[in-house]
Design a protein around this ligand. Structure first.
Ligand code: GLV
Ligand code: GLV
Length: 355
């Protein structure tokens, strides 16, 4: 091939490889037997000539790597992730390296995991499963693993972008929950959806669902029974959920996080879980992956899974394909397909900026 494209990890499916090969690229996949590659490992992979790299969210794409990629003649880098807090976009710009991410294909899959964690926490599925396996079940009891009924409760969404909105629709329509959301952008499409569904329920003689756009994040924390976090991780959202904000939440609330770990102060969360046994949490992400803060793994009111929100076959193949197209497009001289630098045309489709 005329171009050399490197992938720092084997990725699902073959479509992404075929796409690149058909367009004259030689694809090199790193098969090092370690989960997380160091900057040095990646510099070795880049070598003397490399036109583009597909990388992972566990890698630190900063000045050092972009400078190495630039020296090797590289023009493009794509994260195989929608989040790109591991990428220093300014450093990439400095070397005229385009950066891509993989939104869209993971929206529903991620929202479905947030919904799964919500239900699992509400109905104490993991605790109950452990109880069965431990041979503790002696027969039906009125008090055994009583959880929360979601119907008629309020779901709070912080960050109503693609994923947050998809999750909100699932919880409203699937479980007849009322919605309160906080986002700098108004999501008229989401509001219209809840209004229309509310009208449908009313016409059928049922209690209608309602929506409210909160004027602060605190309002969501105070009022919601189930809260799911969907912001982008940046300086403004680091430890968004801290000790003070945890204290604002209802004692029996459920908190779900499928965004990025540092959005929650995990040490404060462990204390809060310990002091409030009825408070429950479902976590896909952690402050310092792959580690959990001391005590978290012992909390019965926490469900923890290893950053699998986008892990469906269709989505992972889609992410790999989109990452390949990002890199290929730039190599061929087109604008990168999904560029987080650019205002995303899909993200706030029916939204208007804050007044
Ligand atoms: C996964 O966490 C992603 O950002 O795609
Ligand atoms: C991420 O894709 C989001 O905007 O929710």
């Amino acid at each position: 091939g005329k171009y050399r494209v490197v992938s720092t990890k084997p990725m699902p499916g073959t479509r992404w490889i075929n796409l690149l090969v058909d367009q004259g690229c030689r694809v090199e996949i790193c098969h090092l037997k370690k989960t997380i590659l160091s900057v040095e490992d990646i510099i070795d992979l880049i070598g003397n000539k490399c036109d583009g790299v597909i990388g992972q969210l566990t890698e630190d794409w900063g000045e050092t790597l972009f400078s190495a990629l630039s020296k090797a003649g590289g023009k493009a880098f794509s994260n195989m992730a929608v989040g790109y807090n591991n990428v220093d976009v300014e450093a990439a710009n400095k070397y005229s390296i385009a950066v891509g991410n993989t939104p869209g294909v993971l929206t529903e899959t991620t929202a479905e995991l947030a919904a799964s964690l919500s239900l699992a926490a509400a109905r104490r599925i993991v605790e109950a499963d452990g109880f069965m396996r431990a041979g503790l079940y002696e027969g039906w009891l009125p008090h055994l693993f009583v959880g929360n009924l979601l119907k008629g409760q309020t779901v709070g969404v912080i960050g109503a972008g693609r994923i947050g909105s998809a999750y909100a629709r699932m919880m409203v329509e699937g479980f007849k929950m009322n919605l309160i959301y906080f986002d700098l952008y108004q999501s008229t499409r989401l509001e219209k959806f809840v209004t229309a569904y509310g009208q449908f329920l009313k016409a059928n003689g049922e209690q209608p669902v309602t929506w409210k756009r909160a004027s602060s994040m605190e309002e969501v924390l105070r009022e919601a029974d189930l809260i799911s976090l969907h912001p982008v991780l940046d300086k403004t959202t680091y430890h968004l959920v801290n000790k003070e904000r945890l204290a604002m939440m209802k004692k029996e609330a459920i908190l779900v996080n499928c965004s990025r770990g540092p959005v929650i102060d995990e040490v404060a969360l462990v204390d809060h879980l310990r002091e409030n046994p009825m408070f429950r949490v479902g976590l896909d992400v952690f402050e310092e992956e792959p580690f959990m803060k001391p005590g978290l793994a012992d909390m019965k009111n926490a469900i923890v899974v290893p950053h699998i929100a986008s892990a469906s076959k269709w989505t992972r193949e889609g992410m790999a394909t989109l990452a390949a197209l990002n890199v290929l497009g730039r190599i061929k001289g087109y604008p990168i397909l999904s560029d987080p630098n650019r205002v995303d045309p899909f993200l706030n489709e029916n939204s208007s900026p804050p007044n």
